[in-house]
Design a protein around this ligand. Structure first.
Ligand code: SF4
Length: 368
């Protein structure tokens, strides 16, 4: 398997598809004998793969069976859910506890892993120790949208390998550069993309689109550039991909990639985002907001839009760490914006509580 290869398979049976991909690409020949192997799925929230947020457990099963059959026994599943969710709950809800028992593969909650600092691209990053140390790291992202970075796939999924404190700090640094630097510290050796079912607007799922595909590539930049293309994004809209290429993480050259389509796409599904999150962003005054917080606010606004209430909102809603210690007036979301006249507490707050505050404000005509 060469670095410029992108293998793509279409279908409805994730376990069989993953197996076919691994065999066709000859993945076992890529891994050093006796290597310790880390599997990094996307379990950003405690929601099953049906929601379009998390990696299908069938793909992980196929991968473990394949690796064991080829003599690799030192395998660990590792992940850290986003700030505000519990990785162990995500393991349970998403079916990974069962996999762990069945195959004797340990589950590591990276929120409890030792943290060490590494520097890359001029940034010191608080990285979890185990993903950095395994001999071979396999990234298993979900192909999906993201309300702050447009899309998330291989490069951004590595954000689950840093501490919660660092995840928060990444948002204060604008996300794109730190995501690129993070992959410079330790990029995955192999990326197996779950494109079976993904939410094309929100990383936390809820509006899954049946996409019926799976992709395999060694280069995290190349696979992200390819996915951006099939989702209809220009690379300028997702700066972290180009920044990672500039740091030498991988190649942007999709035109020269060797794309091996193992069968035909008969789904006819469009992978284009509705860009709804971007349209709703005009109601928000954001300064360094964490994904969970920002996602709750976008979901709350989407609910109000469904009810035809958005026009009643007066002024922008403040959110993010940049509002800590400030008194910007108006409405705020999250403990960081508690200096606002009216604020939904929580870190992160729940979408339902934000909906309630906005409804109250709209029904009172914006009077506080
Ligand atoms: S309130 Fe929101 S933006 Fe502030 S630290 Fe918590 S999750 Fe992040």
């Amino acid at each position: 398997m060469d670095r410029e290869d992108i293998f793509v398979i279409y279908g409805k049976k994730p376990k069989a598809m993953a197996r076919e991909l691994l065999e066709r690409a000859g993945v076992a020949d890529e891994i050093p004998e006796g290597a310790s192997i880390g599997l990094k799925p996307n379990l950003v929230v405690s929601k099953s793969a049906e929601s379009g947020a998390t990696t299908s457990p069938e793909i992980v099963e196929a991968l473990i069976e394949y690796l064991k059959e080829h003599g690799f026994g030192d395998i660990t599943i590792m992940e850290s859910s986003w700030v505000g969710d519990d990785t162990r709950r995500a393991y349970r809800v998403c079916g990974y506890e069962e996999i762990s028992k069945r195959y004797g593969v340990p589950l590591l909650d990276l929120k409890r892993d030792k943290a060490i600092f590494h520097e890359a691209g001029g940034l010191k990053i608080e990285y979890c120790d185990t993903p950095f140390r395994v001999d071979y790291l396999i990234n298993l992202p979900v192909l999906k949208g993201h309300c702050q970075t447009a899309m998330t796939c291989a490069l951004k999924n590595m954000k689950g390998c840093i501490t919660d404190r660092e995840k928060r700090r990444f948002h204060t640094l604008g996300l794109h550069k730190p995501i690129a630097c993070l992959n410079k510290v330790r990029a995955a050796d192999l990326v197996l993309v779950d494109g079976m079912r993904g939410d094309l607007d929100f990383e936390e799922g809820g509006n899954p689109v049946q996409m019926n595909r799976m992709l395999l590539c060694k280069d995290s930049v190349l696979i992200d550039a390819y996915v951006a293309q099939i989702m209809g994004y220009d690379l300028e809209e997702i700066p972290y991909i180009t920044l990672a290429a500039e740091l030498g993480v991988g190649s942007l050259d999709v035109e020269s990639a060797n794309i091996v389509e193992m069968n035909r796409d008969e789904s006819g599904v469009s992978l284009t985002s509705s860009r709804r999150a971007r349209a709703l962003a005009k109601y928000i005054d954001e300064s360094d907001a964490c994904s969970a917080c920002y996602g709750s606010l976008i979901h709350a606004l989407a609910r109000l839009e469904d009810r035809g209430m958005l026009r009643g909102i007066r002024g922008k809603i403040h959110i993010g760490q940049g509002f800590k210690g400030k008194e910007p007036g108006g409405m705020g979301v999250g403990v960081c914006a508690k200096g606002c006249e009216k604020c939904v507490p929580g870190c992160p707050p729940k979408a339902i509580d934000i909906v309630r505050m906005l409804e109250e404000s709209i029904s009172s005509g914006g009077k506080r």
